[in-house]
Design a protein around this ligand. Structure first.
Ligand SMILES: Nc1nc2c(c(=O)[nH]1)N[C@H]1C(S)=C(S)[C@@H](COP(=O)(O)OP(=O)(O)OC[C@H]3O[C@@H](n4cnc5c(=O)[nH]c(N)nc54)[C@H](O)[C@@H]3O)O[C@H]1N2
Ligand SMILES: Nc1nc2c(c(=O)[nH]1)N[C@H]1C(S)=C(S)[C@@H](COP(=O)(O)OP(=O)(O)OC[C@H]3O[C@@H](n4cnc5c(=O)[nH]c(N)nc54)[C@H](O)[C@@H]3O)O[C@H]1N2
Ligand code: SF4
Ligand SMILES: [Mo]
Length: 820
């Protein structure tokens, strides 16, 4: 095997994006192994990466744009027809009812975030203002809390921590931090370290834990409040830390002092002793950190539980030193803005590629223009000026104050047009989308642009969401596959896979060394498909919104060299601020031309690199990208373009964690009044089960062979191919079921059939179904066959968090019947 057949890239099945090396056999993935040079994963992968050929070469691939006929069937059309018809219809909706009625959803999955940078430019081109993605059905509550407390996303140093707490998180299966399994095993093997798991199921992670708080489903708020209360009542609080680094602590300490620990222990179904032991372990540890995920984020009191979880490490001073929590740099900020108080970093989500470039440019408008630099020729003649001019300005830019609203998705305090739901981090709550469509309100959404997501499968209450899709005037779907969502589109555009184009993830959450990887294509695009940056560029061209003269001037500057381009770019945006939000498209058309053709989609990263360097000058310099002016950003961009295993883009000191804390004197603002009010009301516990629906169903568990709906072909699963319903031994016995029994699961929203797996890991009354099942496979006869239960046929969009609107996928009242 020659070296050319080994391609360095990354797994795209979860947000860890472990580095991998693929050996090809033609277009097939012959062998896949971990890439030891990847700075974060260091050669680690889980078993799922070995199955990526099922993604690349599944039977599901689309190879031509499709247009829906009036009878509901689809016909293949060529790209030019598709682009011109779609652009015309978008333009028509913009000109009649307004571009803000065109709603954008997705644009990024577990490993492909480049497309979203260009999607944001298309939004700007048509005046679309509303956007969302899956984070608005999991992370927005946490983002809101983060925004209020310190204004950014936090991550724990699990590898070096004495005490680690996982709340509603099963990292053995779901990962979410590098090399999760070796890290968990090392923790379990070290008697000096303590792992605490809060989960109603004895998961693979709980099996390794020292303390498992096996709560009753949906009662984490009581469990976490009791733990906080123990910290306060037994005085395990780090008062010196709070005095130095926090404000507004009193109301929180007072509230927790009141909590009746024994009573709350009873409510959550965990022994008081165990709760006290867990709280003491955290309170007495040198270092501790926590990780919360869907088990609380998709269950009752989710935003409150996020807050109580964060109080555990805040009250005990576990921040800003090895083994504790930190905030971190981002290459492109995707989360953490929230709409909490205090200054924010960049607007959340990928829109900040646009916002960042735009905001930088705006800062320099006056200066660059008054410097009298107007033409590409002059730029190239004034390389030195480029350094001193734009460069000096860049390094002075108060990037950290880039206001939300600069990008398409920003906007603290914004609400949705029809239902007035809170928009957090620029994201419309997923559970509100159907309500924003299925109405005769004049401001209802009329069209939806859907890229790289499968909302007809992944949003709560699929029946209602499908009805919403069918009520729209225009639905455009970009995907590699003919998905459940594509079946409701007017146009379906076939994308090249993540191994057929350059791609990147913006899930870069490491500290103190943060890593960004730009992947090169492993294969040529399947004929008929296009990469998203090219699709967006074509639609934006057809809309004719970027002046031809600007493009030609910037192209010349790009060919003249990096400094010339930097100044020309900023000056152009300065002269025409409306170009700001189109920045990624402008970069694609201009700088993109000078990049290797296969890497053209990376053009938008130039803006991100400039901003990243300006926002984190010391960290970027320590990572090896020094110099003046735009040089660090340019060097970082070059390194990213030329490195296949990933680039460390910031190297911080632990003490730098504080510099990421927004707010006066970089202090944590501990009290969140809305949540203290909710905490005070916890006494009145509500039960969601009934005689009709006696079980709580967790609809969407991460298992060994699940990966959202990224792989459709059910044959990729080596185990649990049908996605069994897990049920406790006690319940199975009393109902007369054994493993393999066929059952019907019934909820308020629907019913579906599957088989039982009897499991001693569950509490009685708790049942679970895997995530990502029930997608249509192509059967041997060419027809569609769904394998397993699509969880959202059973969920209801009504049950959601009062603050963030996040769904209760993990808390669906249900009953189970035998199928005779
Ligand atoms: N294998 C695999 N890995 C993945 C993914 C995948 O599809 N498959 N998806 C990725 C994505 S998008 C995400 S967001 C992450 C999610 O990662 P996780 O949040 O870890 O995944 P889940 O298994 O959905 O839920 C976590 C745990 O919540 C528990 N739980 C259920 N109800 C409750 C409750 O009321 N309280 C508490 N405390 N816990 C409860 C479940 O028992 C489960 O163990 O995983 C990522 N990794
Ligand atoms: N009931 C229930 N519902 C849930 C969850 C749950 O636990 N329970 N989990 C929720 C969570 S945490 C998440 S993150 C969401 C995930 O749900 P979604 O956000 O809808 O994402 P995926 O299911 O991963 O869909 C990814 C889509 O991208 C397509 N794709 C793959 N590669 C490319 C590409 O290169 N370009 C394009 N254009 N498309 C591509 C795939 O074919 C697939 O259709 O589901 C949520 N829904
Ligand atoms: S599924 Fe996640 S943890 Fe497993 S190899 Fe892929 S990226 Fe890594
Ligand atoms: Mo997710």
């Amino acid at each position: 095997m020659t070296t050319e057949t080994s391609h360095t890239t990354a797994c795209i099945l979860c947000e860890c994006n472990c580095g991998i090396k693929i050996e090809l056999d033609g277009r097939r993935f012959k062998t896949i192994r971990g890439d030891k040079e990847h700075p974060a994963s260091q050669g680690y992968t889980c078993e799922k990466a070995m199955r990526l050929d099922h993604y690349q070469n599944g039977t599901h691939r689309l190879t031509s744009p499709l247009r829906r006929r009036s009878d509901g069937s689809y016909e293949e059309i060529d790209w030019d027809t598709a682009i011109s018809e779609i652009a015309a219809r978008l333009g028509q909706i913009r000109d009649t009812v307004g571009g803000d009625k065109i709603f954008f959803y997705g644009g990024a999955g577990q490993g492909n975030h480049l497309g979203r940078a260009y999607g944001a430019a298309l939004q700007a081109a048509i005046g679309s203002k509303y956007y969302s993605n899956a984070l608005a059905q999991e992370k927005t509550g946490e983002m809101w809390v983060d925004g209020k407390l310190y204004g950014g996303h936090t991550k724990g140093d699990f590898e070096h921590s004495d005490v680690v707490v996982f709340v509603g998180k099963n990292p053995w299966q779901s990962h979410s931090f590098p090399r999760a399994r070796p890290v968990l095993k090392a923790m379990a093997a070290d008697p000096k370290r303590t792992m605490i798991v809060i989960d109603p199921r004895r998961t693979e992670t709980a099996d390794l834990a020292d303390i498992h708080l096996q709560v009753r489903p949906g009662t984490d708020a009581w469990c976490l409040a009791a733990m906080g209360a123990v910290l306060v009542q037994e005085d395990l609080v780090d008062h010196a830390f709070l005095a130095e680094h926090a404000v507004d602590t009193e109301p929180v300490l007072a509230a927790l002092a009141q909590i009746p620990v024994a009573e709350y222990a009873q409510t959550c179904g965990v022994s008081e002793d165990l709760i006290r032991a867990a709280a003491r372990a955290i309170g007495n540890a040198e270092t501790a950190c926590t990780y919360e995920d869907l088990g609380i984020q998709q269950a009752p009191h989710s935003t409150l539980s996020s807050y109580l979880n964060k109080l555990l490490w805040i009250l005990t001073g576990n921040f800003g030193k090895p083994g504790t929590m930190s905030l971190h740099s981002s290459f492109v900020a995707i989360a953490g803005g929230g709409s909490g108080g205090g200054p924010r970093k960049a607007p959340s989500r990928l829109d900040s590629v646009i916002a960042s470039v735009g905001a930088v440019a705006t800062r320099f408008v006056a200066d660059v223009v008054t410097a009298g630099i107007a033409t590409a020729a002059e730029y190239s003649a004034t390389t030195g000026l480029a350094d001193r001019g734009a460069g000096a300005l860049l390094s002075k830019a108060p990037i950290t104050k880039v206001a939300a609203g600069g990008g398409v998705g920003g906007g603290g305090g914004r609400t949705t047009p029809v239902t007035g739901a809170r928009i957090i981090g620029g994201l419309v709550p997923c559970n509100s989308i159907a309500d924003e469509i299925l109405t005769d309100h004049p401001d209802r959404f009329r069209a939806m642009w859907i890229d790289s997501v499968n909302p007809a499968h992944s949003l709560a209450e699929s029946t209602r969401f499908r009805a919403a899709l069918d009520a729209l005037d225009l639905v455009v779907v970009i995907d590699v596959a003919f998905t459940e969502t594509a079946r409701h589109a007017d146009y379906v555009l076939p994308a090249s896979t993540q191994f057929e184009k350059c791609e990147a993830t913006f899930f870069n959450f490491e500290f103190p060394r943060n890593v960004f990887q730009l992947r090169a294509p492993v294969l040529d695009p399947l004929p008929g498909t296009l990469a998203e940056p090219e699709i967006y560029a074509r639609v934006i061209r057809a809309l004719d919104v970027i002046p031809v003269a600007t493009i030609s001037r910037l192209r010349k500057a790009a060919h003249a060299g990096p400094d010339a381009f930097a100044l020309a770019f900023f000056a152009s945006v300065a002269a025409d601020p409306s170009l700001m939000k189109l920045a990624s498209a402008v970069l694609y058309e201009t700088l993109g031309e000078t990049l290797p053709p296969k890497m053209r989609g990376a053009a938008a990263l130039w803006g991100a690199a400039q901003l990243c360097a300006a926002a984190n000058p010391a960290g970027v310099r320590r990572a090896g990208f020094g110099g003046t002016g735009t040089q660090p950003g340019t060097k970082l961009f070059d390194a990213i373009l030329n490195s296949r295993s990933g680039v460390t883009f910031t190297v911080d000191d632990w003490s730098d964690a504080w510099s990421y804390v927004r707010g006066r004197e970089h202090r944590i603002k501990v009290a969140i009044p809305e949540l203290l009010t909710e905490l005070a009301k916890l006494d009145a516990e509500q039960s969601w089960t009934s005689e009709e629906f006696p079980f709580i169903l967790a609809a969407g568990e991460r298992r060994a062979f699940t990966a959202n709906t990224i792989i459709r072909d059910s044959g990729w699963r080596r185990r649990d191919a049908a996605g069994a319903l897990r049920m406790s031994t006690a319940d199975a016995e009393s109902m007369g079921f054994t493993t393999g029994s066929r059952v019907r699961v019934i909820t308020e929203a629907g019913a579906a059939e599957t088989v039982v797996e009897v499991s001693d890991t569950l509490r009685a009354g708790h049942i679970t179904l895997p995530n990502g099942l029930g997608v249509d496979n192509i059967g041997t006869d060419g027809g569609a066959v769904a394998v397993g239960i699509a969880p959202n046929e059973l969920t209801s969009s009504k049950h959601k968090d009062p603050i963030a609107g996040t769904p209760w996928h993990k808390h669906v009242p249900a009953r189970v019947e035998a199928v005779l």
